[in-house]
Design a protein around this ligand. Structure first.
Ligand code: ADP
Ligand code: MG
Length: 239
């Protein structure tokens, strides 16, 4: 579904991604781990061109999306993204937050968009919050709305960048549970996280990044039980 080839990205003199290659199969859950500053967010943001690669290719569903004649907005509709900060529209209700893109961008009839949104809200355990404003929700609830909002566009892949890092510990689980259910339903997912138990349990493949490179990748067992590199062993010792 996604293929990244020889991706390089620099911010001024800072070489942030160095010849990164990555493939994600349909239905696969790929978890990216690694120290702060290792390039995880930049890699994720290159997948939907929120960051423009300096060299290399990003191929999504057979289309080289860093070609200049590709309509990136169309492509982005197929790639849901959930950030650490929830980015909900504060002046809209939960329902409006979820339906605005399907109505505006996908020309969904309001009735249908509302029905889908309510289904999604039930799926993330917030069936009773449709008419609330985001300010009335907890962090965990906001993040579940953000997930529902991304799902409302019927994406082919979901990208998560530390979705639980801004949450109080007691709210982390409710968000991870929703993500776990998505994974078991067969959603293709690329997840940056520091939740190692979640990575172990839900990841099909774990990627360890350090210094702008993929240092090691493998099954959860490979990575967590028999890490090969000293850098990965050292990183894991902090958890
Ligand atoms: P991670 O997500 O693994 O913590 P990032 O991809 O956010 O790492 O960042 C990798 C490096 O690139 C860091 O040194 C960070 O400071 C730098 N960086 C990220 N975004 C920008 C930007 N927009 N401008 C300049 N430097 C950036
Ligand atoms: Mg990051």
């Amino acid at each position: 579904m996604i293929e990244v080839k020889k991706l390089n990205k620099r911010f001024k003199n800072l070489h942030v991604l160095k010849d990164v290659d990555l493939k994600v199969q349909k239905g696969e859950v790929v978890v990216i781990i690694g120290p702060s500053g290792s390039g995880k967010s930049t890699l994720l943001r290159c997948l939907n061109l929120l960051e423009v690669p300096e060299s290399g290719d990003v191929i999504f569903e057979g289309i080289k999306i860093n070609d200049k004649d590709v309509d990136i907005n169309k492509i982005r509709q197929k790639m849901g993204m959930v950030f650490q900060s929830f980015n909900l529209f504060p002046n809209m209700t939960v329902l409006e937050n979820i339906t605005i893109s399907p109505i505006k961008l996908k020309k969904k009839p309001t009735e249908e968009a509302n029905r889908t949104a309510l289904d999604l809200l039930r799926r993330v355990g917030l069936g009773d919050k449709a008419n609330y404003y985001p300010s009335k929700l907890s962090g965990g609830q906001k993040q579940r709305v953000a997930i529902a909002r991304a799902l409302a566009m019927e994406p082919d892949v979901m990208l998560f960048d530390e979705p639980t890092s801004a949450l109080d510990p007691e709210m982390v689980k409710e968000v991870l549970t929703v993500m776990k259910e998505l994974a078991y339903d067969g959603m293709t997912m690329v997840i940056v996280t520091h939740e190692m138990n979640f990575a172990k349990e839900v990841g099909d493949r774990i990627i360890f990044m350090d210094g702008g490179k993929i240092v090691e990748e493998g099954s959860p067992d490979d990575i967590f039980t028999s890490p090969k590199s000293e850098r990965l062993r050292e990183f894991l010792s902090h958890f």
